[in-house]
Design a protein around this ligand. Structure first.
Ligand code: GH3
Ligand code: MG
Ligand code: MG
Ligand code: MG
Ligand code: MG
Length: 311
């Protein structure tokens, strides 16, 4: 285990470190509360052994502050065992209240610390597995399985936040709605499996345009999502004026440039998309209005021959 040892006494720290290292643990030492918090913020540990009496910030306060650090949600907590000279029930209660997990007296027999560390390492292993599983679930919940793009849910959630930010900063907000042309006919003609492959390729092309626009600082923060079925969207938060038009055109061109044959796509003969692109001031409109406007423009693009962007 990688252990953070917090103790103001250099002598105790040296003895404890030697003991723990002889059991194969890696030990880092902090000789006061603030140093411990700083180390904890920058590195991850499997266990913290925390002294209580220290000049300045004591062990309880240090622990409370460590537990309050961002990104240290209860399920991801690193176990903290208090190690102290005074063995009292009051200290145990305060230790747990402060966010500690266990308490041990400096005068406890050798094996007790070992046993408690073993118990804590089991819990730590469980916590880290939970954190991993949670991360994976989070990822799955936000991404579309077919294309790997953000899904509708993730997009809706991000929009709410981005919208608020744009309102606060007085910036414009852009939405592009993108729909594959005559895709039902594509499925009918080439089969559903090929339809899926086609959607993946189109998604990658759209994503590529959004990522490039973001990377080039042309449309900072631009991202693509699968809105549903054969419909995609691109959000440009804090959109510089006019940028949505260029991004929309680039998407139309990027998809056509894939040169995926689509015999039944009327005059185009290959896979194409239609785009409706809007840019609004969020202070004077609502999210649903932006979607309605983008839909109307998309409908217009469909009506005027497809393979184009209306803005
Ligand atoms: P338009 O140019 O007007 O958009 O015509 P369209 O045929 O593309 O539009 P329509 O809404 O009639 O058909 C969309 C089709 O997209 C129907 C549906 O089966 C297909 N589709 C939606 N999701 C998927 C998917 O995940 N995989 C495949 N292969 N097809 C899908
Ligand atoms: Mg001390
Ligand atoms: Mg559609
Ligand atoms: Mg449709
Ligand atoms: Mg379509």
């Amino acid at each position: 285990m990688k252990i953070l040892l917090v103790d103001d006494s250099r002598a105790i720290a040296m003895i404890t470190t030697a003991r723990l290292e002889s059991f194969g643990h890696e030990v880092r030492h902090a000789n006061n509360g603030q140093a411990a918090i700083d180390m904890f913020r920058n590195e991850s540990f499997d266990l913290v052994l925390m002294d209580i009496e220290m000049p300045g910030m004591n062990g309880f306060e240090t622990t409370t502050r460590i537990r309050g650090l961002e990104g240290h949600e209860p399920w991801a907590w690193t176990p903290i065992i208090f190690v102290t000279a005074t063995d009292s029930d009051t200290n145990l209660i305060t230790a747990i209240e402060a966010g500690g997990d266990d308490f041990i007296s400096k005068s406890s027999p050798e094996g007790v610390l070992q046993a408690k560390m073993k118990a804590m390492s089991r819990i730590a292993a469980l916590r880290s597995r939970l954190a991993q599983a949670n991360g994976k679930l989070q990822d799955q919940a936000n991404h579309d399985g077919l294309t790997g793009l953000f899904n509708r849910r993730a997009m809706d959630m991000r929009i709410d936040t981005l919208w608020e930010t744009a309102v606060q900063k007085g910036k414009a907000f852009s939405l592009l709605m993108i729909d594959v042309d005559n895709f039902k006919k594509y499925n009918d003609h080439y089969g559903h499996q090929s339809g899926d492959d086609c959607l993946r390729a189109v998604a990658a092309a759209i994503d590529g345009v959004a990522m490039r626009a973001d990377a080039d600082r042309l449309a900072p923060g631009a991202f693509a999502a699968r809105y549903g079925g054969e419909e995609f969207s691109v959000i440009i938060p804090e959109a510089p004026p006019g940028v949505h038009v260029g991004v929309g055109l680039s998407i139309v061109e990027a998809v056509a440039a894939l040169n995926l044959p689509h015999e039944r796509n009327e005059s185009w003969g290959r896979v194409t998309v239609s785009v409706g692109a809007v840019c609004v001031s969020p202070a004077s409109s609502m999210v649903k209005d932006v979607f309605r406007q983008a839909d109307e423009l998309l409908y217009k693009a469909k009506g005027s021959g497809r393979n184009r962007c209306e803005s």
